[in-house]
Design a protein around this ligand. Structure first.
Ligand SMILES: [Zn+2]
Length: 81
């Protein structure tokens, strides 16, 4: 399943940056994923396949995931019945 990433998501990778931080802000999403170290500001472009291999977890979502939106829709439908 492809990762559902958006600009302004904050992610954790499997390996921390050499500066010691492990929080990255997504600034570009496409064939390459652009991430910026939240501590030292270093910007890195990774091919999407490499990014998905290094990805560990979301720290902050810029917007709800599709699963969350669908869950909310189905629960509000249930509340209207
Ligand atoms: Zn850094």
């Amino acid at each position: 399943m492809p990762l559902d990433i958006h600009i302004d998501d904050v992610v954790r990778l499997r390996k921390p940056h050499p500066c010691g931080a492990n929080q990255w802000l997504v600034f570009r999403v496409g064939a390459d994923v652009g991430i910026k170290c939240m501590k030292c500001g270093r910007r890195v472009l990774l091919p999407r396949s490499v990014f998905e291999k290094r990805f560990k977890a979301f720290i902050k979502r810029a917007r709800p995931s599709l699963e969350d939106i669908l869950a909310e829709l189905s629960s509000s439908e249930g509340a209207n019945k």
